[in-house]
Design a protein around this ligand. Sequence first.
Ligand code: PBG
Length: 323
Amino acid sequence: MFNKIIRPRRLRISENMRALVRETTLSVKDFVYPIFVVPGSNVREEIQSMPNCYHLSVENAVELAKKISALGIPAVEIFGLPEYKDEIGSSAWDMTSPVQRAISAIKKAVPELLIVGDVCLCQYTSHGHCGKLCGSYVDNDETLKLLQKVALSQAQAGADIVAPSDMMDGRVAAIRAALDENNFANVVIMSYAVKYSSGFYGPFRDAADSAPQFGDRKQYQMDFANSREALREVELDLAEGADIIMVKPALAYLDIVSRVREKINQPVAVYNVSGEYAMVKAAAQNGWIDERRIVLESLTAMKRAGADIIITYHALDAANWIN
Ligand code: PBG
């Protein structure tokens, strides 16, 4: 009877045997590291709810970008706090805003490092919503015109990739048209196609001062109870010309990543968001978990689910651990 036992354990017998049959491996080339730029000079302030992440003035962001590139990480995503906010978020396309200045300065200092611009308005509007208001409704079509300006300004500054995160309908087509008309046919669109209305964005909204001043984002971000709707959003964004599809947040949504992966042939990105990062950091600081194990396990799970690209605040640590 014993010779009938089938023994999967044979392939787990040693580290080299496991390595030989491993299905998923993490690489520093998978990562995009988000950075937060602020006005002023000489600023380097730790973000309270995101340990080891900093508000940086432009010259300090450049220094960090050099380190990121030296670690082999291929890309950074730039978020910013503007000098001023107004009803329509016009500092989002102001070429003298920290984001645009940081994009140019990083491109100049480290040309090979890919730069992703987050195309949204919530950090720049006085009301904290991701578009132009009409009463308490975010006006979709009016917002598209503003998003075109944001994407163009980032492309002009030197962004390689623009990543619309606003969740307006039709924004990918609008941005593609604006880029193409202005000689930016090679600027990539990484669409936050599947972005859920999520409690996991909490620390980011503190860091970016972007919490809505009234209501929430449920009019435009997706209901976390839905998965078929995610496939519909992906289909629409691909039809509009998205080059890369993102699912966000990551860990609670790996079923969605996996469904999207099965459905499409384009690259899939996940955003391992601020709340996911903060929970790991808090537990690690309390000595309740082994940070390195938890992070590498989680990032590998994102890849196993089907992500090609992982946007994560853990990228620096993970790169050091992998290298
Ligand atoms: C802007 C934007 C948000 C995040 C990325 N781009 C916040 C939001 O939608 O409220 C969240 C990133 C994170 O939590 O790490 N719209």
